[in-house]
Design a protein. Structure first.
Length: 241
């Protein structure tokens, strides 16, 4: 299922989560950003995000040349349990639950036609497919529950304005990739309370990706599907019709 949009989404998923401001409860601490460097702000939020026990984030990626679009929502404990829903503008859609070393995948027909593994008719008889996480391939577009929260953006970080995002005060930090036709990251960090990363914008001449974060340390309830609704792919013969 590899597309330009999903590739950009993957790049955004793997990194670009290292921004922040001072961890105090005083709203006035936003003003202290003016005396700290952008790199210091990034490091502070990096530490805050790594300390989370759960988080939810949405990702929306679009391309300017083909008009393709990819959207997903992930809720994760950042270790062993997570749930994702994803849709592609080409019509593919799927839901994934990962618990430990096991994936449960709820695909539509368009997803099965494009994913990176062999498909058989029996896979359409159950809503959910069970597969070892180790069997996941890049074209499956599955997620890992653990996230590094470290930026892949290599470039000079510059401090932006103290502004508002969804009626909340935020500090922005911009990082331009130091590569040919590199993109620009804009990180939006909460300017009050804990320095949570609230949003990342990533732009290149061909792509735009937006990731929004919420549900910091919320209680996580991720359960496996009912056994009656699951087809264990390991029970299928390798030459199943």
């Amino acid at each position: 299922m590899g597309t330009k949009a999903s590739t950009a989404a993957l790049c955004l998923c793997v990194g670009a989560v290292t921004v922040g401001c001072a961890d105090t409860g005083d709203p006035a601490h936003a003003r202290t950003a003016e005396i700290r460097s952008a790199d210091q702000i990034l490091n502070e939020t990096d530490r805050t995000m790594k300390a989370l026990t759960s988080v939810t984030f949405t990702t929306d990626v679009s391309t300017t040349d083909s008009g393709r679009r990819y959207s997903s929502r992930v809720t994760t404990d950042l270790e062993h349990r997570c749930r994702m829903t994803a849709v592609w503008s080409q019509g593919a859609a799927m839901e994934q639950i990962r618990i430990g070393q096991t994936d449960y995948i709820h695909p539509n027909d368009a997803y099965l036609e494009l994913w990176g593994r062999t498909t058989v008719p029996a896979m359409r008889h159950k809503p959910w497919l069970k597969s070892p996480a180790s069997a996941a391939r890049g074209a499956d577009n599955l997620v890992d529950c653990a996230w590094p929260f470290s930026s892949i953006a290599k470039g000079r970080a510059t401090l932006g304005d103290v502004t508002e995002l969804d009626d909340k005060p935020v500090i922005s930090v911009n990082v331009k990739e130091e590569v040919a036709e590199g993109g620009v990251y804009t990180f939006y960090i909460a300017a009050e309370g804990k320095p949570y990363l609230l949003r990342i914008d990533y732009r290149t001449p061909r792509h735009r990706a937006i990731r929004k974060f919420s549900g910091f340390n919320d209680r996580l309830a991720v359960q496996s599907p009912a056994a009656a609704d699951v087809l264990d792919l390991s029970t299928l013969p390798s030459n199943a019709p």
